[in-house]
Write a protein that binds this ligand. Structure first.
Ligand SMILES: O=C[C@H](O)COP(=O)(O)O
Length: 274
């Protein structure tokens, strides 16, 4: 993906940021701890939720299939961890009424955040009104109180200009966050796509968050995404209200980097008093 000189410079700078235990600790609180596998079960979701309050504090949210939202809400009762779920996932091919109904059902069962997949293939093929009718339908179903993250599937766009266009239109359609990927297509999250999306957020002048998701595994990668975000949006910009990682296999690496044991130690009972 060919970027402008300024974005390429910001990206190169973020790649060379050394791994920092304090930043890794901070990244834990920005995590949407995710399990979106076809063979997920209630027990898998309960085990995921048991990891959500860590020795360095709670993650921001867990992200699970709609059928497991009630299980997650029960498992997380008494903690500040939110429950996110996905709609129109992973293909983005449902129509607006179906997405609105799926969103309402998810919220009725307790979902506190909605990650909706943009009809990205239709957008790439030239449609403009239909894809955004789906986003607007989800926005209306979310109302004002439920944050809506729009998954652009950033690895599928032929050029950065089209990805930026999808980002701009999604913001105009009411996105609270722009999310890179479902994690179900390759390439998933990349720093190049993140730079384009973050730059579009900056230029929008609106308070829109960014979620890097799909294939993020190491603390070094997480530190680079955070460095890029704050290079483009300003130091201190990344908070749980503006930045998330969507990841199923990043938590242990973050905890190990910030000095809380080897991978797997996150399974220890949390010390935090919730
Ligand atoms: O946020 C949703 C993604 O599916 C997470 O992707 P991952 O399993 O590669 O971490």
């Amino acid at each position: 993906m060919k970027l402008s000189a300024d974005l390429q410079s910001a990206l190169d700078a973020s790649r060379s940021v050394p791994s920092d235990p304090d930043v890794a600790c901070r990244a834990v609180g920005l995590l949407d701890l995710t399990s979106l596998n076809g063979d997920d079960t209630d027990r898998v979701v309960e085990a995921l939720c048991a990891r959500a309050v860590t020795p360095v504090g709670p993650v921001a949210a867990v992200c699970v299939w709609p059928r497991f939202v009630e299980t997650a809400r029960r498992a997380l009762e008494g903690t500040p961890v939110r429950v996110a779920t996905v709609v129109n996932f992973p293909t983005g091919e449902a129509d607006a009424p179906s997405v609105a109904a799926e969103t309402r059902r998810a919220i009725d069962t307790g979902a506190q955040e909605i990650d909706v997949v943009l009809p990205y293939q239709a957008f790439i093929d030239g449609a403009r009104t239909q894809p955004m009718s789906v986003v607007r339908a989800c926005r209306e179903a979310c109302g004002e109180g439920i944050p809506m993250k729009v998954i652009l599937e950033s690895g599928t766009y032929p050029d950065p200009e089209l990805l930026a266009w999808a980002a701009r239109d999604s913001i105009a359609a009411g996105a609270d966050f722009l999310k890179t990927s479902t994690g179900k297509t390759q390439p998933a999250a990349t720093l190049e796509a993140a730079a384009v999306m973050l730059d579009t957020i900056h230029d929008s002048g609106r308070t829109v968050g960014f979620k890097a998701s799909g294939g993020i595994r190491t603390a070094d990668e997480a530190v680079s995404y955070l460095a890029l975000a704050e290079h483009l949006l300003g130091k201190g910009w990344a908070t749980p209200q503006t930045f998330r990682f969507g990841a199923s296999s990043l938590l242990d690496a973050l905890l190990a980097t910030c000095g809380h044991g080897a991978p797997g130690d996150a399974m220890q009972p949390a010390t935090a008093g919730y």
